[in-house]
Design a protein. Structure first.
Ligand SMILES: Cc1cc2nc3c(=O)[nH]c(=O)nc-3n(C[C@H](O)[C@H](O)[C@H](O)COP(=O)(O)OP(=O)(O)OC[C@H]3O[C@@H](n4cnc5c(N)ncnc54)[C@H](O)[C@@H]3O)c2cc1C
Ligand SMILES: Cc1cc2nc3c(=O)[nH]c(=O)nc-3n(C[C@H](O)[C@H](O)[C@H](O)COP(=O)(O)O)c2cc1C
Ligand code: SF4
Lengths: 472, 436
């Protein structure tokens, strides 16, 4: 997809941004409360608002109910998209949601965060026909929101548990992978003990996803919805390698699923990192923002430089801008086509006023009385297929440097026991690890792309495989 | 610029687009608005006997069916004839006709089946200086229970009798409006002709119940929990009307009987189709009730542009030209062979052609070619049924192509076998054998 077509073809228009209107506090340094309450509210409101009932009908009517639908094939969780859209068009939103959730229990979050422009909507035949795919993501949200509202209001859950199997499964990590596995295992009749190192369940849904993609505490609402099936006992602040260990879990449970994501990050390897105030990991900055009760308490620099080229870099940059930073620059060491952030994400950054600079690698952090004041980059080029520094140095004044150069697996607890390759746990197509009785999925494995929807699929497939193994 | 003027039974109008007898023609304000908007004529909302007028329900009169995007494709009503006093209607008709002398003003009538009743109303209608009358033998609800409307239209003898009374007691041209709620429209049309009617108009509405309210367990829309059948009209009824018009146009007894066509006419193209099947004027109700009077602009310009493109200078230039090509099934050429062709450049790969052919027709469209998603017609299976063409969402992506040479791989027969129909087919037990 070329950049110029992004905004027009995607139903997830990158638009609807209102740059801060009134009195931005332009003081230097990292400070909170740069904007008015109004501007915070506008900048962090739902980026793709829900469809009204009428809009949903009109949109649902556009679906052709394709044979062997390409959209369904493009969905990592294989949701029966033509069927759920047809159910919406016959005014059966709850039935539609059932179709969705049966394939993807986190269909609500996926509808909000999936890069649909590279998944189902890219495959939609109406994209080929007229460059305007059916708004599958928004229709999915329409149906699932209806179901979640119903479940919340009546304390019900759309799925029933099968007869108790008498088996117990430990699920470690309560991100999309772990939650999906836990839900399916419970549905299949197994009891699930769910452990997570953090204070809240949800993984990156709770701590990582950009605030404007899932406002109104949606991640926790969805966690409650998923746990609504029963049979899942969560334990928080319990870290594998600290309070619990894989060998004891294997002994005490009939099976173990690991959905521990990537708990650590790469560092720049520059002197001053970790010492100079104002240099921090983008993912921590986002987590703080996500956990803030009031965005006016979240500090941001005046001139922010984000190092990296993925989704995290874009999310950090856009949110820094929407918090009122005067300038935000993303610096990436390779070219636009190499960026992990999709064309849509790059467009989103640009229309939010973020400057993206390519072919720059960080070489030096400059400090001033213990705080970062600038960062220098060396220009790069591909020479004989290798990324090479050209010697030319550019210095950016900056009071906040956010690093987003990749997350890494923390595997201390099972390094010896399990095959880990290139920083990911090795699994087979059923998501079984090399260690008997242990399955894994999500970002900690090398299955699909590192996306919420892929993590959900991994959890589901692992649960089905565990069920088969436990009943064998 | 094509000449759209129409002359129907001597009734002149600047264009053939009339509003059918219905709410759009119920009163002076509406009709004046219609004429301002450019309609060629109206058939005034049906008048009844002098005396206390009929009473309509105060609950919903209309129901509808919609396509996906709430586009109205069928309308149902339980409205009766005019519920305003006769004298007011007559006064307004006269006023409007005087103000708009170049427009057609036809008055629709429905009174009890007694000659005196008809005589009486005909007299007062003539006084309005209107151009003609239309006998409403079609209304399927309310009036038929009182022995009028469809109750007359369903009995050919009554049609003939009332038509004759009207011809004998009035100098005005008489149009008999037919009900479609019968088995064979030709009997009704023949009766009208025998009675001396100058023309027929059709169709009136079709008996219908639009839906059932599954909470109330009652027909919907309902009046205080109960529903009755109404009359169905709008785009959905056009094919039914077109068939009935065609039947009358090609019937040996009624051939040449002027027809004012009604039923689902929404665009210039609908109108042109009815006229190609011999209609002299067309009447519109639902389309106006859906979009307002301004649609006539599209109808006029569309018809005129099409006539210019085709070189037809007047309506008579193309009127009735399609009638000769409407025939009975038994005369269709069984040796005419077509195969579907899918334009791969236009194909958006939805696969609907494949699945409908696979599930419900002749398994004649691939879904994979060399392992890739591709939809191609298998000539050895394709019977040329047109189903894939009809379900394809892209216009002209699938077409039927005539096979004029070589062998049809499905039947093993030559493609250029010349005309032959069922009447002489060897499988026909009563085939006419060619002389040996
Ligand atoms: C900033 C950012 C933005 C993103 N935006 C999008 C987006 O818009 N759309 C999209 O599809 N994807 C997005 N992603 C990717 C997506 O969030 C991940 O692919 C997805 O969350 C992976 O799910 P997971 O369950 O494997 O891991 P996680 O969501 O990371 O969950 C892992 C869980 O395991 C817990 N855990 C970790 N280690 C241990 C341990 N030792 N013991 C116990 N518990 C442990 C963690 O606390 C966490 O709760 C984004 C990622 C980031 C970082
Ligand atoms: C609300 C309504 C009232 C009607 N009333 C009459 C009527 O009084 N007399 C009559 O001859 N036809 C009446 N009709 C039938 C229309 O004149 C016309 O024959 C029919 O609606 C089909 O045309 P259409 O598809 O363009 O609507 C009525 C139709 C509607 C929708
Ligand atoms: S490809 Fe598009 S049109 Fe076809 S089923 Fe999927 S969403 Fe509907």
């Amino acid at each position: 997809m070329s950049l110029s077509t992004v905004t027009s073809t995607s139903s997830r228009q990158a638009g609807s941004v209102s740059p801060p209107q009134s009195g931005t506090n332009s003081a230097g340094g990292i400070i909170a409360g740069r904007l008015s309450a109004q501007d915070y509210a506008a900048g962090f409101a739902d980026i793709h608002p829900a469809l009204s009932k009428h809009e949903a009908f009109v949109e649902a009517d556009r679906c052709y109910f394709c044979f062997d639908a390409p959209c369904q094939k493009a969905c990592p969780t294989s949701i029966d998209i033509p069927l759920f859209i047809r159910q919406i068009s016959t005014n059966n939103d709850l039935g539609s949601a059932h179709t969705i959730l049966d394939a993807n229990i986190m269909g609500g979050m996926c509808a909000r965060v999936c890069p649909t422009e590279t998944l189902c909507e890219e495959a939609c035949v109406r994209e080929a026909a007229e460059g305007k795919p059916v708004k599958i993501g928004l229709l999915q949200r329409h149906a699932v929101d209806a179901m979640m509202a119903q479940a919340q209001a009546h304390k019900t859950h759309p799925f029933k548990r099968a007869a108790a199997s008498g088996k117990k499964v430990a699920v470690v990590g309560a991100g999309p992978a772990g939650l999906s596995a836990a839900h399916r295992l419970s549905q299949l009749g197994h009891d699930v003990a769910l452990f997570d190192a953090r204070e809240k369940l949800g993984g990156l849904n709770e701590y990582g996803i950009a605030a404007y993609k899932a406002p109104d505490n949606f991640a926790q609402k969805e966690v409650d919805f998923v746990l609504g099936i029963g049979g899942i006992t969560p334990t928080l602040n319990k870290k594998l390698g600290k309070g619990i260990h894989l060998d004891t879990l294997r002994r005490d449970f009939d099976a173990v699923f690991l959905g521990i994501g990537l708990a650590s990050v790469n560092t720049l390897g520059l002197s001053g990192e970790g010492k100079l105030a104002g240099v921090r990991e983008a993912i921590d900055f986002i987590a703080d923002l996500r956990q803030a009760q009031n965005l006016a308490t979240v500090p941001v620099g005046s001139h922010v430089v984000v190092v990296g080229g993925g989704m995290t870099a874009v999310d950090a940059a856009v949110q820094a801008k929407r918090l009122g930073a005067l300038s935000v620059t993303i610096a990436y060491r390779r070219g636009p086509a190499d960026m992990k952030a999709s064309a849509y994400e790059q467009e989103l950054a640009k229309i939010n006023g973020v400057i993206i600079r390519h072919w720059l690698k960080p070489v030096r952090l400059h400090g001033n009385t213990g705080a970062v004041s600038a960062i220098s980059f060396e220009s790069t080029a591909m020479i004989d297929g290798k990324l090479t520094g050209t010697g030319q140095i550019t210095k950016f004044a900056s009071d906040m440097v956010l690093t987003a150069i990749g997350q890494i697996l923390v595997s201390d607890d099972f390094n010896e026991a399990m095959t880990v390759r290139d920083g990911k746990i090795v699994v087979d197509s059923a998501r079984a690890t090399s260690l008997h009785g242990v399955w894994a999925g999500g970002d900690c494995t090398a299955t699909g792309e590192d996306l919420t929807v892929s993590a959900v699929e991994d959890g589901k497939q692992a649960a089905l495989a565990i069920d088969r193994a436990l009943r064998a | 610029m094509a000449d759209l003027r129409s002359n129907f039974l001597g009734i002149k109008s600047p264009n053939p687009f009339w509003l059918a007898s219905a709410p759009p023609t119920d009163r002076e304000v509406n009709v004046t608005r219609a004429f301002k908007a450019g309609w060629g004529g109206v058939v005034w909302k049906t008048l009844g006997e002098e005396g206390l007028p009929v009473v309509n329900v105060s609950g919903p009169r209309y129901g509808a069916i919609h396509s996906g995007d709430r586009r109205l494709i069928g309308l149902n009503n339980i409205e009766l004839i005019t519920d305003r006093p006769l004298d007011i209607n007559l006064r307004e008709i006269k006023q409007v006709k005087r103000a708009w002398p170049d427009r057609a003003m036809v008055v629709s009538l429905m009174v009890p089946c007694e000659e005196d009743a008809w005589k009486k109303i005909l007299k007062s209608v003539e006084d309005t200086e209107c151009d003609g009358i239309e006998l409403n033998f079609g209304c399927p609800h309310g009036m038929s229970e009182r022995g009028m409307g469809a109750a007359v239209g369903q009995v050919p003898e009554y049609i003939e009798m009332v038509a004759r009374w009207c011809k004998q007691n009035s100098r005005l041209p008489v149009i008999v409006k037919l009900t479609p709620n019968i088995t064979d429209i030709r009997h009704a049309a023949r009766a009208a002709k025998r009675g001396g009617a100058d023309a027929v108009s059709l169709i009136n509405t079709i008996n219908s119940i639009m839906s059932v309210d599954l909470d109330m367990m009652a027909p919907s829309p309902h009046v205080d929990g109960k529903g009755s059948h109404g009359g169905y009209c709008g785009p959905a009824v056009k094919p039914i009307a077109l068939n009935m018009v065609t039947e009358i146009a090609r019937d040996t007894e009624t051939k040449g009987l002027p027809i004012s066509a009604i039923g689902g006419i929404t665009t210039w193209r609908d109108a042109a189709e009815f006229m190609a099947m011999s209609a002299g004027t067309v009447q519109v109700c639902t389309a106006a009730m859906t979009y307002g009077f301004r649609i006539v602009e599209e109808m006029k310009s569309g018809l005129s542009d099409w006539m210019d493109a085709k070189g037809y200078q007047t309506l008579e230039g193309f009127r009735g030209r399609a009638v000769g090509n409407a025939t009975d099934w038994q005369y269709l050429n069984l040796n005419y062979v077509v195969k579907a062709r899918i334009d791969q450049d236009l194909c958006i790969k939805c696969g609907r052609c494949h699945i409908v052919c696979e599930d419900t027709s002749h398994q004649a469209i691939t879904n994979l070619v060399d392992g890739a998603r591709k939809f191609e017609v298998i000539d050895a299976e394709c019977v040329g049924c047109n189903l894939c063409v009809n379900v394809c969402p892209v216009e002209n992506c699938i077409t039927l192509v005539q096979q004029t040479s070589g062998i049809d791989p499905r039947t093993g027969l030559e493609n250029d076998r010349g005309y032959a129909n069922w009447t002489s087919h060897p499988n026909n037990p009563s085939a006419v054998k060619a002389a040996e």
